[in-house]
Design a protein around this ligand. Structure first.
Ligand code: FES
Length: 159
């Protein structure tokens, strides 16, 4: 969130009825998710195949992990929403909505952040911080986060 940022329920409400927006290409193929696994490092894909703003969903046994690329960095979270177990990483990826304040603390209105991104669970709109996996309205609530490694051109999630 920028300036004095206030999480917006409007953003959650806006996406609350959205169906998953994930495409078939974002869901890793069997070869991608099961092709190479090295001592807890789960292969995701080649970094050049993973463009900024994209995501991948990898399956490891019965678990799923959402991997995002944002401004050149990778972030990975459990794909199971803390609310009711929905596919937390498969909804909209949106700029954070923030309220900007004047010096006298009156509102200038709601704006989309120019740097902070969120992703929203498609079931009921729980909105998570792209960099931390925390719920934007209650920072105590968060998705399980996984470390992402790059080895040369290969991207791995540590499980
Ligand atoms: S299951 Fe994710 S918001 Fe309800």
């Amino acid at each position: 969130m920028d300036a004095t940022a206030v999480p917006s329920n409007a953003a959650s409400n806006r996406v609350s009825q959205q169906k998953p927006t994930i495409s078939a290409s974002e869901r890793c193929s069997k070869a991608c998710s099961q092709g190479r696994s090295i001592l807890g490092e789960q292969y995701v894909c080649k970094s050049f195949e993973f463009k900024d703003g994209e995501r991948r969903i990898i399956r490891i046994g019965d678990d799923e992990i959402g991997v995002f690329r944002h401004e050149g960095e990778f972030f990975a979270y459990s794909n199971y929403c803390v609310h009711q177990g929905g596919p937390a990483c498969e909804g909209l990826i949106i700029a954070r909505v923030e309220e900007r304040l004047r010096p006298d603390k009156t509102s200038m209105g709601l704006f989309f952040s120019e740097k902070d991104m969120s992703f929203a669970c498609p079931w009921h709109g729980y909105e998570y911080d792209m960099r931390t996996g925390q719920h934007i309205a209650d920072r105590r609530v968060r998705l399980r986060k996984y470390q992402v490694l790059q080895k040369g051109e290969d991207v791995y999630v540590v499980v």
